[in-house]
Design a protein around this ligand. Structure first.
Ligand code: NAP
Length: 288
């Protein structure tokens, strides 16, 4: 049976999930569907999207706002993430013409004034949403534990070479991000809230690698990569020198002062955030 709830006086029943096949969005989709909400998933290629039964897939592309009409028709809420493509202000306007509420997956850096590329990107989307007239919630996530899948090849070879082994990170499980987003979309009291969400503790890079090794049942050694070597390797791999510089600066800072830990997940959901070990256990096959 389909459920609907009044949120801020809006009867939220039909929710559009943008980024529905992504790390977080796929869990937003399944939680909403399990919760009895009518879920529509925006996908670029419906034939390739694997979605839970009962979820309607509608084709559309954020890079082409005119393609979003069918996806937005009749929705009253939206989960929005923005992929690594240029921001299209028109998309936010279109969401506001149809939906009443949006929950945007932002980043914890959005409350900084450091002028870094990721900060500017998330701040720009938050600004568009603020002036859109939508009821909004920003879920400002710290780095995702899924980023560590980038270590998978090295883990398979038994050694992780990465900079700043003692950088203490508070990575968050993608399902916790989704749970907070769903909570904000489907319960009252989250209008104009900016939730900085993190994992439950901060753990050094080298320890994260060791935990992955324990969960897959093999030894994984750590080798500290010099910042100079990392700069070269990561710029070649990621193709964005400014982003690499920003990451190196952040990781270096976490060797002195651990990445922040908030209790927001627990406060909102009434249970602690999932640990990195839980994440590694659930993703063990991705590292084997
Ligand atoms: N990674 C981090 O540490 C981190 C930290 C804080 C915040 N964030 C935020 O989280 C976002 C990533 O979320 P995620 O990991 O859940 O996503 P993801 O796994 O990177 O998935 C990308 C999603 O975007 C969709 N997509 C890509 N281009 C599209 C387009 N042109 N039109 C429509 N849909 C498009 C893809 O859909 P299809 O390919 O199926 O069409 C897919 O569902 C980042 O962009 C960032 O803003 C990330």
């Amino acid at each position: 049976m389909l459920r609907g709830r009044r949120v801020l006086g809006v009867h939220v029943t039909k929710i559009l999930v943008i980024g529905a096949t992504g790390n977080v969005g796929r869990h937003v989709v399944s939680s909403l569907a399990e919760g009895g909400f009518e879920v529509r998933a925006l996908v670029r290629d419906p034939s390739r999207a694997s979605l839970p039964e009962g979820v309607e897939a509608v084709q559309g592309d954020l890079a082409a706002p005119a393609s979003l009409g069918a996806a937005l028709r009749g929705v009253d809420g939206a989960y929005l993430m923005w992929p690594g493509i240029p921001v299209e202000p028109r998309v936010v306007e279109l969401i506001a013409q149809h939906a009443k509420r949006v929950v945007y997956l932002s980043a914890d850096v959005a409350d900084l004034a450091d002028g870094e590329p990721a900060t500017i990107f998330h701040q720009e989307i938050e600004r568009l949403i603020r002036k859109s007239g939508l009821s909004w919630t920003f879920v400002r996530a710290i780095d995702f534990a899924t980023n560590m899948l980038g270590w998978a090849d090295q883990v398979r070879q038994g050694v992780v070479r990465w900079p700043h082994g003692q950088a203490r990170r508070s990575l968050i499980h993608e399902r916790d991000i989704a749970d907070v987003a769903v909570h904000a979309l489907t319960s009252d009291g989250h209008d104009q809230a900016k939730y900085v969400i993190t994992g439950p503790e901060s753990i050094p890079h080298a320890e994260l690698a060791r935990i992955i090794g324990e969960e897959i049942g093999r030894e994984v050694r750590w080798e500290d990569l010099s910042p100079e070597a990392a700069r070269e390797e990561l710029t070649a791999a990621w193709g964005n020198a400014a982003f690499v510089e920003a990451r190196l600066r952040a990781w270096e800072s976490f060797t002195h002062e651990p990445e922040r830990v908030t209790d927001t997940v627990e406060r909102l959901l009434g249970r602690p955030a999932r640990t990195f070990r839980t994440w590694a256990r659930e993703h063990a096959d991705d590292f084997r």
